[in-house]
Ligand binder design. Structure first.
Ligand SMILES: Cc1ncc(COP(=O)(O)O)c(C=O)c1O
Length: 378
């Protein structure tokens, strides 16, 4: 028996859900419809109920969800799409893949989400979409962002909800807060499968039809292709696994909120640690439990020595990445994105994390921060 602390404990989750997961997998093996089998539709219906979105389209990953959304909107070379430079690369990658230009707007330093007050200045006649990212499990100010898009006419808002599935904004579910919402079922996400998977949500019938067709090579019916598409289906087996995990998802969300609150009370008195602000009108499902410190590398070394696993989401903002620095457009200053990228790191976070382990982690963080500042002063 080891006391190893897991960053994300998928084994504990599997032990808890083993019966349902195994039974669901066995059922797919028995019926053998591995592509677009009955579990695909079943999952889509369940997720429509969960989010209250009219349409759910499962797809092969969160990245593919974003790409299909942009393709359905007709985003192309010469267009611009506004987003945050402080996100996982996929958000900007899909913009580049359509040939459009990613336009980066700075984030708020306390939520690390896009600052809506800076979006309007980035809009030009070429702007076709805004992709707000619900980073770390909390949505940005979606009402403000939707209102800006509406004021400018034909601009779509796509929420990148890859890290926030299960979170709420003013009582509504993340993923169903704008024209299109995209999420990921990557294993470490709040709702994960055992491979790659994702989903798109919309209340727009025409967009839903387009995205369903694009998912399967742009075909309207078998071997009749009305638009350019992709091979973007989610496997039946992966849908079956998500269906099994949905049985405990409400409990898992409640655990995530509770564990987030416990981290806050354990860490908030530490002057060397800056916690993420969570706005009062929304919940954060802590896709990552991310905090900010100065002297990050020293803190991370001390935590590694103490046996605490950590990760940095994300060390380099996208406007500084070699592949993007010459093809993006920067709107205003991106100082907050640069400063948080130098300060953030994430602590272990999953629904099976117990309070004693959290105490141990918080204690190690406190010691690591003191040690890092002492070595600076010395
Ligand atoms: C913010 C964000 N967008 C997009 C993605 C892409 O999702 P996937 O890994 O399922 O392609 C991820 C996850 O990795 C993400 O965190």
């Amino acid at each position: 028996m080891t006391n190893k602390i897991e960053f994300i404990d998928l084994k504990a989750q599997y032990a808890d859900l083993k019966q349902s997961v195994d039974a669901r997998i066995q059922r797919v093996l028995d019926h053998g419809q591995f592509i677009m089998g009955p579990e695909v539709k079943e999952l889509e219906s369940r997720l429509e109920q969960f989010t209250q979105a009219k349409h759910c389209i499962t797809v092969s990953s969160g990245t593919e969800a974003l790409l299909i959304a942009l393709m359905a909107l007709g985003v192309k070379a010469g267009d611009e799409v506004i987003t945050s430079p402080f996100t996982f690369v996929a958000t900007a990658e899909v913009i580049a893949l359509t040939g459009a230009t990613a336009v980066f707007v700075d984030v708020e330093p306390d939520t690390c989400n896009i600052n809506p007050a800076l979006i309007e200045a980035a809009i030009t006649p070429k702007t076709k979409a805004i992709i707000p990212v619900s980073l770390y499990g909390q949505t940005p100010d979606m009402d403000e962002i939707n209102a800006i898009a509406a004021r400018h006419g034909n601009i779509a808002v796509i929420e990148d909800a890859a890290q926030s599935f299960g979170a709420e904004y003013k009582g509504k579910k993340s993923g169903n807060l704008s024209h299109i919402g995209c999420t990921s079922f990557f294993p470490s996400k709040p709702l994960g499968c055992y491979g790659d998977g994702g989903a798109i949500f919309t209340n727009d019938d025409d967009l839903a039809k387009a995205m369903r067709e694009i998912r399967v090579h742009g075909q309207e019916r078998r071997y009749y292709h009305t638009r350019i598409g992709v091979g973007g289906r989610m496997d039946t087996l992966q849908c079956a696994i998500v269906l099994a995990k949905l049985e405990k998802f409400e409990w898992e969300i409640a655990q995530r909120l509770k564990i987030g609150d416990q981290y806050r009370s354990l860490l908030e008195k530490n002057p060397g640690v800056q916690l993420l602000s969570v706005r009062t009108d929304r919940t954060c499902v802590w896709g990552q439990y991310t905090i900010q410190v100065s002297e990050r590398e020293k803190v991370l070394t001390a935590l590694q020595e103490a046996g605490i696993p950590t990760a940095v989401h994300y060390p380099i903002p996208l406007h500084k990445q070699p592949a993007y620095q010459n093809i993006c457009r920067i709107s205003g200053e991106l100082g907050n994105s640069e400063s948080v990228a130098a300060r953030v790191f994430s602590l272990p976070m999953h629904p099976y994390l117990d309070y004693k382990t959290q105490e141990k982690i918080a204690h190690a963080v406190a010691k690591a921060v003191v040690k890092a500042t002492e070595t600076v002063d010395a």
